[in-house]
Design a protein around this ligand. Structure first.
Ligand code: SF4
Length: 258
């Protein structure tokens, strides 16, 4: 079996498989509870797949409100499209995305994405989407090789722009799993992603990638919802829909993040 075929949970040796399975079960119960309470989120405010890509880059280290201002600038100039981005000189593009910060880096990174799409996929988002659905790990590696793309941006593009069944990890999910003792504070991105993937292993086994992608999408949306309403820098556990898990697991309060 190639390394990529080994479930990632098994590639992260810091915790025993039984412990990971137990944590994954708890995480799944937490997700089911949130779905019951809040229903489908149908998340990511964008009109096209390419707009999702632009948002995924612009939101790095920036609040979404600032991204909206940059996107409004791009829309007003009629360049929120692949053709628009190909045509605009980089120095002009930088000014339009100034509100979302790091404009030098983000402008260069988005230009690099368009160059990659043109070189590898004939400039077609649809061709990239087909490749991502066919073999998500290969496209993930290609995205990660691009300037300015880390795991969170690559996974946001795969999931929300291309519809691939990929789990996204962000700061909100990291806080929740650490505070609930589901992963150690030292857990890396890949370790938390493996935990989330394990929580949805039955959906993966059912062989319906569209259904799995829907769960990945909803899971991330619900995590963000809890992060914004309760599990921010300072946890507000009272009234939090996930408090039941702390009580059931015998925690009197969330584990502290240093
Ligand atoms: S606010 Fe408290 S109960 Fe809610 S997810 Fe965070 S640690 Fe858990």
């Amino acid at each position: 079996m190639a390394k990529d075929d080994v479930p990632r949970a098994a590639q992260t040796p810091s915790r025993a498989p039984t412990e990971i399975r137990k944590s994954a079960r708890r995480l799944r119960i937490m997700y089911d509870r949130l779905v019951d309470r809040f229903g489908p989120q149908r998340w990511w405010p964008a009109k096209t797949a390419f707009e999702v890509v632009v948002g995924a880059y612009l939101t790095q280290n920036t609040a979404w409100k600032s991204v909206e201002r940059s996107i409004a600038n791009l829309e007003a100039r009629g360049i929120l499209s692949l053709d628009g981005l190909r045509a605009i000189p980089e120095h002009n593009f930088r000014e339009l995305i100034r509100p979302s910060g790091f404009m030098l880096r983000k402008a260069a990174a988005l230009k690099a994405f368009v160059a990659f799409l043109d070189a590898q996929y004939g400039g077609q988002m649809e061709a990239l989407r087909r490749a991502a659905l066919d073999n998500p790990p290969v496209v993930r590696r290609q995205l990660l090789a691009l300037f300015g793309v880390g795991p969170e941006t690559a996974d946001a593009i795969l999931l929300y722009a291309l519809g691939a069944p990929v789990m996204m990890v962000d700061e909100y999910l990291r806080r929740i799993v650490i505070r609930h003792g589901l992963a150690p504070e030292t857990a890396k991105y890949s370790e938390i992603q493996a935990l989330a993937e394990q929580a949805f292993a039955p959906n993966r086994a059912s062989g319906n990638p569209e259904d799995l992608a829907r769960h990945c999408n909803e899971f991330h949306a619900l995590v963000v919802l809890i992060g914004k309403t309760h599990c921010g820098r300072v946890p507000r556990c009272e009234g939090c829909p996930l408090h039941f898990d702390l009580r059931k697991s015998g925690f009197r309060q969330p584990l502290r993040i240093k």
